[in-house]
Design a protein around this ligand. Sequence first.
Ligand SMILES: [Zn+2]
Length: 230
Amino acid sequence: MNEEAIKKMLGEVLRCVVDEVSRQCSNICAAQNDGCGCENGPIPVELSARHVHLSEKDAIALFGAPLTHARDLSQPGQFLCNERVRIVGPKGVMDNVAILGPSRGCSQVEISKTDARSLGVDAPVRQSGDTAGSPGIILSSKTQNVGLLEGVIVASRHIHMTPEDAARFGVTDGDMVDVCLDSERPVVLKDTLVRVSPKFKLAMHIDADEGNAAGWNKKVTGTIVARKRK
Ligand SMILES: [Zn+2]
């Protein structure tokens, strides 16, 4: 068999495999009832780009004043700040990184695994606020630097929902669910934490690596395909 024929055959085989995989994923996404009698979606999926949360003390050290509000984010009370910061790691630097308010008890840097590689830090996958033992980094404004001893994490995917949403989806705070994204490249994201509060608005949060892997855009929604009690 000549090289052209082999290439053509391989191409056919690959196309069949891709078609079958995408067909199976669509079937999973279409499974609207897994026997629990509750709803599975759709859940809006939002992509969290790299960002920083600052303590009031660190905000004042960097900018000489508390953070200022630029625009509201989807979760009630959360906002994008006018201030921006530079992240300085052992191997690389990221400029113009967003700061999200309001200020918190401890400063925290949320990046993707790809960012972590560029910066040269071994950031663990953690839920927001769980920073114990995570690497530190340097934050810079135009005039000041602040060194964090810890606080660099890759935010673990999660779904914000109200108690009413939780009842509808048959889940409670702390449960883990597997979610299929109905995107250009559908994927099932396993072990997604359910967070329930009357202050939340229904949204699943993924990071840039997860979004790019799935071919995410703003219209993408998720469907719960499996539930695990905490
Ligand atoms: Zn979130």
